[in-house]
Design a protein around this ligand. Structure first.
Ligand code: ARG
Length: 304
């Protein structure tokens, strides 16, 4: 086993897995999801959860999640990680970690309540044959919630300020050998980068500028040309329009104003609205419910 690979499970299982693992060329692009069997708002770790403890309706959450899953499944592979009792936020797989190719970093949650998820996500990555890069104990990092691979540029956009530490981008740059752009988040309602920033194919970007400090706003403008920047107003931002998933030219999102719809359509995208009100009560929407696995999941596991 490579000395630079961190292990979260037992080595026997890892050895068996290595022997059986097909070459990485067989990896396919997929999204990782986790069924909301144990979803709920059980504690408060972001402003959206205030006054919402016990208020999410599970049957509605299941229907909304299933609607998102089936829409996404029509346009590509979905992999699943088993939900676990007592971990209501595990449904937000964006926070499992960051995976690029064969390599993965597992999140080190800032939120104490979510730390038990680390081992489960680590096990999942390991079972799928990912090389898990070691991560420093004292640097919080909440995965693809705060680290977004730009599909059109060879960079990783990294948010910090609320959940992931300011040191996280530097470590990601070293591990994945990709340039990272650190963006400081300043509005507590947009506590993860993916709540207010969504790089799209073709170099487009949907984002809510006021969620970032001035230097970060400038950094974004220096990289993304004005004609490719789709700036949303507060209303769309608060409906988590930036928390979007792009698949096959479609943009899946919780809600979309007429203005944003027109802007996306003019830019060549097709917005697909999938309401996710129950997950909004926990501070998450479409993008948070998925983890992009670029050239990923070795085998797509059946649900269950
Ligand atoms: N309640 C979850 C938390 O605060 C929501 C996570 C949303 N995930 C995301 N990628 N933005 O951690």
């Amino acid at each position: 086993m490579d000395a630079d690979v961190a292990m979260c499970g037992d080595t026997t299982r890892a050895r068996v897995r290595d022997a059986a693992a097909p070459p990485s060329a067989q990896r396919r692009d997929a999204l990782l999801m986790c069924a909301p069997d144990y979803f709920g708002v059980d504690y408060i770790i972001n402003p959206w959860m205030e006054n919402q403890v016990g208020r999410a309706t599970l049957s509605r959450a299941r229907a909304q999640w299933e609607n998102l899953r089936s829409k996404l499944a029509a346009h590509g592979d979905i992999a699943f990680v088993a939900p676990t009792p007592g971990l209501p936020d595990m449904v937000f797989t964006a926070n499992a970690g960051l995976a690029i190719g064969d390599k993965a970093v597992v999140s080190r949650f800032h939120a104490r309540e979510r730390r038990p998820e680390e081992r489960l996500f680590c096990d999942w990555f390991e079972t799928q044959g990912y090389a898990i890069a070691p991560w420093p104990e004292n640097v919080p990092f909440e995965g693809a919630g705060d680290a977004l691979v730009d599909p059109a540029r060879d960079i990783v956009w990294c948010g910090h300020g609320w959940r992931s530490g300011a040191e996280a981008p530097k470590h990601l740059e070293r591990i994945f050998a990709r340039r990272t752009i650190a963006l400081k988040l300043v509005d507590p309602r947009f506590y993860h980068l993916d709540t207010c920033f969504c790089p799209l194919s073709g170099g487009w970007l949907i984002y809510y500028p006021a969620a970032f400090d001035i230097a970060s706003q400038e950094a974004i403008r220096a990289i993304v040309p004005v004609e490719k920047r789709i700036e949303v107003g507060e209303k769309d931002a608060l409906a988590f329009a930036c928390n979007a998933i792009e698949r096959a030219g479609r943009i899946f999102l919780n809600a979309c104003s007429d203005e944003l719809r027109a802007r996306l359509t003019d830019s060549g995208f097709t917005p697909v609205v999938t309401p996710l009100s129950e997950f909004m009560k926990a501070g998450g929407a479409a993008k948070c419910l998925t983890l992009r696995l670029p050239g990923a999941a070795r085998q797509v596991m059946p649900r269950g």
